[in-house]
Design a protein around this ligand. Structure first.
Ligand SMILES: [Zn+2]
Ligand SMILES: [Zn+2]
Length: 155
C-alpha cells in the first residue's frame, strides 16, 4: 500500500488519491491543501491550476510551476494550524541542491461546493535541520545519511 504523499500516514487510495482524481470533492480546506501538496509531489500542475481560485496561469507560469514541482524532492508537510478557510503549513523540499522550507498561511474559498486556493501569507523561516537528527522525510535515517547528501553544500 502506497502511503499518501501528503504525509498524513493514511494510504494514498484513502487520502488524497480520490480527490486528485476528482472522484471525490475535498470536504475541507485542509483536505484540499493536502491534495495540492500531493499534486506538487506528483507534478500534477493541471490539478494545481484547477484548484486555484480565479486565476489562469500563463504558459510561463505553468512552466515555472511544473519545473518547481518536477525538480524538487518533496520531503515533508507539517500542518501547523487550520480553520474553515485557512491552513498554515510548512513544506520541506530540496530544489537545485538546496534545502528549502516553505512556511505559508493560505486562504481558501468554497466556490460551487469546491474548495479553491486563493492566496497566502509567506513567512521567511530559516531551515534548521540537524545532521544527527532523524530526517524530516520520515525515512527513519539520520538527516546526514538521508536527504543531506542530495544537497550541493552540506549543512
Ligand atoms: Zn493525503
Ligand atoms: Zn530524508
Amino acid at each position: 500500500m502506497q502511503k499518501c504523499y501528503c504525509k498524513s500516514g493514511l494510504n494514498f487510495s484513502e487520502c488524497c488519491e480520490p480527490i486528485l482524481r476528482v472522484l471525490e470533492v475535498a470536504p475541507t480546506a485542509l483536505a484540499l491543501m493536502r491534495s495540492r501538496y500531493a499534486a506538487y509531489c506528483l507534478g500534477d500542475v493541471n490539478y494545481l491550476q484547477a484548484t486555484t481560485h480565479d486565476h489562469t496561469w500563463t504558459d510561463d507560469e505553468l512552466k515555472f510551476i511544473q519545473d518547481w514541482a518536477d525538480n524538487s524532492v518533496w520531503q515533508h508537510l507539517d500542518v501547523l494550524d487550520s480553520a474553515e478557510e485557512m491552513v498554515e503549513f510548512k513544506a520541506y523540499y530540496i530544489f537545485n541542491g538546496e534545502q528549502h522550507l516553505h512556511h505559508e498561511k493560505s486562504t481558501f474559498l468554497k466556490v460551487n461546493d469546491m474548495w479553491k486556493y486563493v492566496d497566502g501569507e509567506i513567512f521567511e523561516d530559516k531551515v534548521n535541520l540537524l545532521r544527527n537528527s532523524a530526517c524530516i522525510c520520515g525515512s527513519g535515517q539520520k538527516y546526514k545519511r538521508c536527504c543531506a547528501p542530495k544537497l550541493k553544500s552540506k549543512p
